[in-house]
Design a protein around this ligand. Structure first.
Ligand code: SAM
Length: 190
């Protein structure tokens, strides 16, 4: 019942690291078609399906259209690197802060490996600006990257902003060999 197989990557990472807890606010960057948001909706209890647990919220953003999903608030046709999207999110988030930023974003591949890697790293670096504005101190960020020459630069940027940064390679993404995720935890707001 997931919209995309990518759901299994997030399930696997979250089973291990427990990022998504009932009551948390989540921003899902590059959310279309919506499978990660489906996982997040369940785990933060944003539909209130478990009335005994705290109710969280999920905001999904994509350049593309995202079909509606109960428990999620989607901002379709938006660029997550744009300050106007940041402002819109700030208005919508409870207390103007998110606890978790997820990013499974990927640029349209040009086929030029190094160029594609570089573009994805730049997109991930722009998530640090988003975090600076909207992530609660102590919050976490999970982002996809393609391994290559610029990956250490991204790790460095994350290490400046977060106490703990690790590489996570879910079994579910073994086939896409260059794909990994950085899990950055305990955000230090500057
Ligand atoms: N996690 C999603 C799921 O489980 O359904 C799949 C995400 S897909 C691999 C990557 C998405 O990132 C694409 O839909 C693409 O449109 C989006 N994307 C790329 N650049 C973006 C940007 N600057 N702002 C928002 N979304 C972006």
């Amino acid at each position: 019942h997931f919209r995309c197989r990518s759901a299994f990557k997030l399930l696997e990472i979250d089973d291990r690291y427990r990022l998504l807890k009932p009551g948390l606010s989540v921003i899902d960057c590059g959310a279309a078609p919506g499978a990660w948001s489906q996982v997040a909706v369940q785990r933060v209890n944003s539909t209130g399906e478990r009335p005994d647990l705290a109710r969280g919220c999920v905001f999904g953003i994509d350049l593309l259209h995202i079909a509606p999903l109960q428990g999620a608030h989607f901002l379709s046709n938006r660029d997550i690197t744009s300050p106007s999207t940041h402002a819109e999110l700030q208005e919508l988030l409870p207390q103007a802060y998110a606890d978790v930023i997820l990013s499974d974003m990927a640029p349209n591949a040009t086929g030029l490996r190094e160029l594609d890697q570089e573009r994805l790293v730049c997109m991930c670096l722009s998530l640090l600006e988003l975090a600076e504005k909207l992530l609660r101190p102590g919050g976490s960020l999970l982002c996809k990257y393609w391994d290559g020459a610029l990956a250490p630069k991204l790790r460095e940027g994350l290490t400046r902003a977060f106490q703990d940064v690790k590489t996570v390679k879910p079994k579910a993404s073994r086939k896409e060999s260059a794909e990994s995720y950085f899990l950055a935890r305990t955000f230090r707001k500057t």
